[in-house]
Design a protein around this ligand. Structure first.
Ligand code: B12
Ligand code: SF4
Length: 567
C-alpha cells in the first residue's frame, strides 16, 4: 500500500493516542469490530438526533422531499475493510442496539473490541467503552474513525488505543501482520433497504451497485474538509489500489461475486487521478466491459476529461462540490459549474451538487441569492450543508485561534444539518438553520422531486447514445433504459397526479417527460404505468400519512464473522 504523505509518520499513515504495543496473542486474538449502537433517528441522551438519521439521502440531500425522498442505508465500510484485511478471527457487528452489543460481548470472549465512530457519536462510544469494561473486562478497547480527531478524546472515553487515520495498517501492525501486504477488497453491496414513494425496492442479487474504495483522504485539502484532514490533509491521501489495473481486477472480482455491472466508487476525488482512471478505461475497453460508475469528483478534476471519456468510463452519477460562486477553492477555479452541470446531464450523467451554507462572505443580504444560484444549477440531487469547523480541520484550528468556536455546542449537534457551531460574522445561529432549511425547500419547490430529475437525465443520455458506435456505451444505456423506463414512467405517472394540485407547472413538466418516455420505451414499459402508476400514487399517499405521524427508518443489525472458530 502506498502512502502519499510527507507527514512525520512517513510510512505510517495512522497515529494514536497512548503507547503502541502489539497484542500478545497476535493473529490468534479474537476481535469484535462494531459501529455505534442505534436507534439513530430519534432524540436521546446518547446523542441520537431525529434530524440525523443513518441515511445518506434523507439526512442531507432529499430530506425536504417528503415521500419522494430517497431512503437507503449503507454499511460501515471502514470496519468491513479492516475485517477483510486481517487474518485473526473477527466479527463485524453493524448497527447493533445496546442489547445486541451487550449480548455479543457476553457470548464471546473477545480479546479486542474495536469501535468505529464519527464525531457526532462520541457519547455512544463512551457508553460502549463503559459496557465493554463491565461485560468483557479482558478486552482491549480500540477506538477508530473520525471520532478520534476530537481534542482531548482520551479523557472523554475509557479506551486503550485511540487510532487516528488509516486503520487497516494500524490493525495489521497491532496483530503482528504485514502492514504493507496488498489490500483485499471485501464484497460490499453499496446500499440496502432502499425505499422511495412508500415502497421498498426488491433486493435481488446484482440489482444494487458494489462499493469500491480505491483510497481514503483527498489531496485538495479544502479548509473545512474532515476526510482530507483525517488522512493527512493537503497533498496527502492513502491509496489502497494504486493503478487502473489493480482497480480493474477488483471490479472484475466484484462483478462475478456480486453479479453487478454497476459500481459506487467511494473515493473523495476519483477523477483527480487521471492516469489511473484512463488505465482503467483502457482495460474496460479491451475486455468490452459496459460498466456504470458513480463517483465523487471536484470540478477541476472533471475538467480533465472530455464528455466522451466520462461516458466511455461509464460515469453515470457524479457528486460535485459547488460550495459557492464566491468561494476561492482551488477545485473550483476556472469552472463554470452551471454550464458544466448542464453539459453533464445532457450526456446522461446524473449530477449531485453540494453547496455550503454560511461561508465567511455570506450575510443575511446575499445568502438568498447564493441559494438561488445553487438551485439554478438544476442538479439531479442537491446536498446543502452548514459551514462547520470540525475538529482536525484547518478551519477548526483557525476558528479556535480566533476564539470563534461556541463552547456549549454538543458534539451530537455538530453534523452540519442543524445550526452553526461557531460565531459567524454576519449570520446568527438561529438563522443558519432557517437558511439551510430554506435551501432544501427551494430546491424541491423549483426543481421538483429528484426522482423526476434523474429520469430526465437518463432519457437525455439514452436519446444521445442509443445509437452510439461504441457497443459498450450503447449496451449501458439500453440496460438502464430496459430496467428503469417502465418503473420511471410509472413513478412519473404518479408524480404528475400528485403535483397537479400543488404545482401545476411541475406537474406539466412531469407529464411532458412521461410522454417522451412513452415514445422511447418498449411495449411492456409503455403499458406498465397504467398498472403500477396508481399503486405508486397510493403508496406515496400512504407514506405521507406515515411520515406525518412521525415514522422513521432504522438500518438492520448485521453480524458477520470471518476466520471464525468457536471458543
Ligand atoms: C458512508 C458514509 C456515511 C453513511 C454511514 C454509514 C455507516 N454505517 O456509518 C451515512 C450516509 C449514513 C452517513 C451519515 C452521516 N455521516 Co457520513 N460519511 C460516509 C462517507 C461518505 C464514507 C465513509 C467510509 O466508508 N469511508 C471509507 C472508509 C474505508 O473510511 P473510514 O470509514 O474513515 O475508515 C477508515 C479509518 O477511519 C479507520 N477506522 C474506521 N473505523 C475504525 C475502527 C477501528 C477500531 C480502527 C482501528 C480504525 C478505524 O480505518 C478505516 C480504514 O482506513 C464519509 C466520507 C468519507 N469519504 O469517508 C462520510 C463521513 C464519515 N460522514 C460524516 C458525517 C458528518 C455524517 C453525518 C453526521 C451526516 C452529515 N450531516 O454529514 C451522518 C451521521 C449519521 C449518524 N447518525 O451517525 C463525516 C464525519 C465527520 C467527522 N469528522 O466526524 C464524513 C467524514 C463526511 C465529511 N467529510 O464530512 N455517512
Ligand atoms: S475536493 Fe472535496 S474531498 Fe477534496 S478536500 Fe476538497 S472538499 Fe474534501
Amino acid at each position: 500500500m502506498e502512502t502519499h504523505t510527507s507527514s512525520p509518520q512517513a510510512n505510517n499513515p495512522s497515529s494514536q493516542v497512548g503507547s503502541f504495543e502489539k497484542h500478545p496473542k497476535g493473529t490468534q486474538a479474537r476481535i469484535l469490530l462494531t459501529s455505534v449502537f442505534g436507534p439513530y433517528a430519534q432524540d436521546d441522551e446518547f446523542g441520537s438526533r431525529s434530524i440525523n438519521p443513518m441515511e445518506l439521502y434523507h439526512n442531507q440531500v432529499t430530506r425536504a422531499q417528503g415521500s419522494f425522498s430517497l431512503r437507503m442505508f449503507h454499511r460501515s465500510w471502514g470496519i468491513m475493510m479492516i475485517q477483510a484485511n486481517i487474518s485473526a478471527p473477527c466479527a463485524v457487528l453493524d448497527f447493533p442496539t445496546r442489547d445486541d452489543f451487550a449480548r455479543e460481548l457476553k457470548a464471546n470472549q473477545y480479546d479486542v473490541v474495536g469501535i468505529s465512530a464519527i464525531i457526532v457519536n462520541v457519547v455512544k462510544v463512551r457508553e460502549m467503552c463503559r459496557m465493554t469494561r463491565e461485560l468483557s473486562p479482558q478486552s482491549v478497547i480500540i477506538v477508530g474513525g473520525h471520532v478520534a480527531a476530537i481534542p482531548g478524546i482520551e479523557k472523554m472515553i475509557d479506551a486503550d488505543h485511540i487510532v487516528r487515520g488509516e486503520g487497516i495498517a494500524w490493525m495489521r501492525r497491532y496483530l503482528g501482520e504485514d502492514e504493507n501486504a496488498a489490500i483485499r477488497h471485501p464484497a460490499i453491496v453499496s446500499g440496502m433497504r432502499t425505499r422511495i414513494m412508500g415502497i421498498r425496492l426488491p433486493e435481488r442479487k446484482g440489482s444494487t451497485a458494489a462499493t469500491i474504495i480505491p483510497s481514503v483522504g483527498c489531496p485538495m485539502g479544502c479548509n473545512f474538509c474532515t476526510t482530507s484532514a483525517f488522512f493527512g490533509g493537503k497533498g496527502k491521501f492513502v491509496n489502497f489500489f494504486e493503478t487502473g489495473d489493480d482497480l480493474f481486477d477488483v471490479m472484475c472480482r466484484m462483478e462475478s461475486e456480486l453479479k453487478v455491472k454497476s459500481f459506487f466508487i467511494m473515493d473523495e476525488n476519483f477523477l483527480l487521478h487521471r492516469e489511473r482512471a484512463m488505465q482503467l478505461l483502457k482495460r474496460m475497453k479491451e475486455d468490452g466491459k459496459s460498466w456504470t460508475m458513480s463517483v465523487f469528483a471536484s470540478a477541476n478534476a472533471i475538467r480533465k476529461y472530455t464528455m466522451e471519456e466520462l461516458v466511455e468510463l461509464g460515469v453515470s452519477w457524479l457528486w460535485m462540490g459547488l460550495e459557492s460562486p464566491q468561494a476561492s477553492y482551488t477545485k473550483l477555479q476556472g469552472a463554470d459549474t452551471r454550464e458544466l452541470t448542464r453539459e453533464l446531464r445532457e450526456h446522461g450523467i446524473r449530477v449531485q451538487g453540494s453547496t455550503i451554507i454560511g461561508l465567511e462572505h455570506h450575510t443575511p443580504d446575499n445568502i438568498m441569492a447564493e441559494i438561488e444560484h445553487a438551485v439554478s444549477h438544476d442538479t439531479d440531487f442537491h446536498q446543502f450543508m452548514l459551514y462547520t469547523p470540525v475538529p482536525g480541520t484547518p478551519l477548526y484550528q483557525q476558528m479556535s485561534e480566533e476564539g470563534r468556536m461556541l463552547s456549549d455546542v454538543d458534539y451530537a449537534d455538530v453534523h452540519g444539518q442543524f445550526k452553526f457551531n461557531f460565531k459567524h460574522a454576519a449570520i446568527s445561529r438561529e438563522d443558519s438553520k432557517r437558511f439551510l432549511d430554506w435551501a432544501f425547500w427551494r430546491d424541491f419547490e423549483l426543481n421538483g422531486p429528484s426522482l423526476y430529475r434523474i429520469s430526465r437525465t437518463l432519457l437525455a443520455g439514452w436519446k444521445r447514445y442509443k445509437d452510439s458506435p461504441d457497443a459498450r456505451v450503447r449496451e449501458r444505456f439500453a440496460r438502464e433504459m430496459g430496467r428503469l423506463s417502465g418503473v420511471y414512467s410509472s413513478a412519473l405517472w404518479a408524480m404528475e397526479r400528485k403535483f397537479k394540485k400543488v404545482d401545476r407547472k411541475v406537474s406539466d413538466q412531469i407529464r411532458a417527460l412521461r410522454q417522451e418516455f412513452k415514445h422511447e420505451s418498449g411495449i411492456m414499459s409503455r403499458m406498465l404505468p397504467a398498472l403500477l402508476g396508481p399503486v405508486l400514487l397510493w403508496t406515496t399517499r400512504r407514506e405521507e400519512r406515515r411520515l406525518a405521524r412521525g415514522k422513521t427508518y432504522e438500518p438492520p443489525t448485521i453480524l458477520e464473522r470471518s476466520n471464525w472458530v468457536e471458543a
